[in-house]
Design a binder for this molecule. Structure first.
Ligand code: NAP
Ligand code: ZN
Ligand code: ZN
Length: 350
């Protein structure tokens, strides 16, 4: 076992602070990665503060990880020391249940996938610790390849914000001729705008922050609607093929459902801690769909990373030091980030 520097929350109300953790010695199929960059996802805040319930403490968040391989087990074939490597939200699953066989490891039900943090750690006991740390050890099957053509720090958030938006856009076959709405311009939202635009759709961004209009256009939105403006919203009634909702707090779903045309779909990826009510009339007439989506499987995550490598797509990031994490959380809660914080992990060593 190896002592590793990390930052952890010790309770739902305590600030994140230095906390040394243990990483296992790589077993035959493991890859040991020294972490260079880790993105800051809103799920990190929900979990560190136990907003969804079920958080075990100490809690080390972080699931947007890129780094360099420093050791591999003897049966590892796809990675060697010195390679770049990435880890997202998943570090293990059963590989044999129906969902795993369908390349949807995130829905493993035997009994469940091992998430990068706050999941049962099958090797060391306790819970898994995430990427707010200087090193991680992960079984080869859950380690991803990143392009050395892309900026590494700006690649890190693809591992969650990227795949979480790419996957539903692909599943619902968003492309040319589609009018697509994206609700919220944060970490997920700005990647949804980039992907939907890259897939050829006409993208409309809905935001509560009028100051984000210019950025949204630069990122690929053809139109921007400030969602507090009822008249602006009403102009889009019954017109959307697809809407992706990335909002992290409670909000009115009906305001967006009414914008879908017949058979249009709204997919929720944002996970407000509180239940969000739905008026059924907004669904039955004219036959609208409401669905949800959770990250993406390992094969699709690699497909997304390769797509980004081929098309030069990365995230817009603001770099922070590890000791700025608590301030970064406060800024995210005010929708004040352009558009993803990424921790430079070198700052954790010093
Ligand atoms: P983020 O960077 O904080 O962005 C959230 C955005 O939502 C904000 O920038 C803001 O956009 C909008 N927003 C915030 N509060 C709002 C409110 N009260 N009413 C309306 N809009 C509001 O968060 P993120 O990292 O993108 O994550 C977004 C959500 O997705 C979180 O709940 C996270 O846990 C969840 N998530 C889910 C998955 C999944 O697999 N389903 C994966 C990752 C994250 P504007 O300023 O443009 O309005
Ligand atoms: Zn995430
Ligand atoms: Zn499984």
């Amino acid at each position: 076992m190896e002592k590793t520097n990390a930052f952890a929350a010790q309770s739902a109300t305590s600030a994140l602070a230095p906390f040394p953790i243990q990483r296992r010695e790589p077993t035959a199929r493991d890859v040991q990665i020294d972490i260079l960059y880790c993105g800051v996802c809103h799920s990190d805040i929900h979990t560190a503060r136990d907003e969804w319930g079920g958080t075990s403490y100490p809690c080390v968040p972080g699931h947007e990880i890129v780094g360099r391989v420093t050791k591999v087990g003897r049966d590892v074939t796809r990675f060697k020391e010195g390679d770049l490597a990435a880890v997202g939200c998943l570090v293990d699953s059963c590989r044999t249940c129906d969902n795993c066989r369908a390349d949807l490891e995130q829905f493993c039900d035997n009994p469940r996938a091992t998430f990068t943090y706050n999941s049962e750690d099958k090797h060391l006991g306790g819970v898994t610790f995430g990427g707010y740390s200087s090193r991680i050890v992960v079984v080869e099957d859950f380690v991803l390849r990143v392009s050395d053509k892309l900026d590494l720090a700006a690649t890190a958030p693809l591992l969650c914000a990227g795949i979480t938006t790419y996957s539903p856009l692909r599943k619902w076959k968003v492309g040319k001729g589609h009018k697509v709405g994206v609700v919220g311009l944060g970490g997920l939202g700005h990647m949804a705008v980039k992907f939907a635009h890259a897939f050829g759709a006409h993208v409309v961004l809905f935001t509560t922050s009028p100051g984000k209009t210019e950025d949204a256009r630069r990122l690929g939105a053809a139109e921007v609607v400030v969602s507090k403006n009822g008249d602006e919203m009403a102009k889009h009634n019954n017109s959307f093929d697809f809407i992706l909702d990335t909002v992290s707090a409670k909000h009115d779903l009906g305001a967006y459902l009414t914008l879908l045309k017949r058979d249009g779909a709204m997919v929720l990826v944002g996970v407000p801690p509180e239940p969000v009510p739905v008026a059924v009339f907004n669904l039955i007439m004219p036959r609208r769909q409401l669905a949800g989506s959770l990250i993406g499987g390992i094969a699709e995550t690699q497909e997304m990373l390769d797509f980004c490598g081929d098309h030069g797509i990365t995230c817009d990031v603001e770099m922070i030091r590890m000791d700025q994490i608590n301030e970064a959380y406060e800024r995210m809660l005010k929708s004040d980030v352009k558009y993803r914080f990424v921790i430079d992990m070198a700052s954790l060593k010093s």
